[in-house]
Design a protein around this ligand. Sequence first.
Ligand code: PGA
Length: 257
Amino acid sequence: MNKKYRRVIIAGNWKMNMVPSQVHGFVEDLRAAMPERSNGCSVVLCVPATHLGALSREKQRRIGIGAQNISQFDKGAHTGEVSADMIADLGAKYCIVGHSERRADNGDTDELVNAKLRILLDHGITPILCVGESLDQRDRGLTMEHIRYQIKAALYALTAEQVKRVVIAYEPIWAIGTGRTATDEQAQEVCLAIREQLRAEYGALISRKVCILYGGSMNAGNCAGLLAQPDIDGGLIGGASLKVEDFAAIIREGSRA
Ligand code: PGA
């Protein structure tokens, strides 16, 4: 599974699930079920901001701490918002940005995604940038055009060195939470197109280094085929990351040397 130039990342996206008091038990069980050797596979849990404290109190090094969103503001009079500083202080090393659910529910525009991504990089937090097409866009043959636009807008004005630190997750909207996964070929085709876009804009060295994940109904049963694709460097996993056994099975697949 190890990709020559890149590590594998298996990231859970808990979305708005679980409560903080469940974090300890989950992490203990997950640790027990995880393979001894990571073989270059990084495991991350992206939890609600309220759960970050509990996750950071787990004194272990094998599960990276991730958040799901930050404010576009640094600090101050923004009631209800959580800043990059705050999640960094709780140990967050990763943060999802541009998830389709936030784009739909909270009006996160491409400009906002770009602003949040830059703030994350300024705070040394690895952004997990989500892009993906709707079913309508796929049916109308607009997938690549849409993804290209989302990537270009999200990475606007970033230096090549900054782009190298971004993780990109290809998440077709029609596959999220639907049980309808993209085929291995569909997922690979888009992830390869993303890498080619990065190569055209930032050069071969950068494009070889950027981790590109697939997300959308990835589970224990379908992860092997997806993770075996040459341009898929891991997964962003929603539903299956809430169940220790399922998530551990995906981690095992990602850790296979
Ligand atoms: P899913 O969610 O695995 O439940 O489809 C993935 C995601 O939205 O990140």
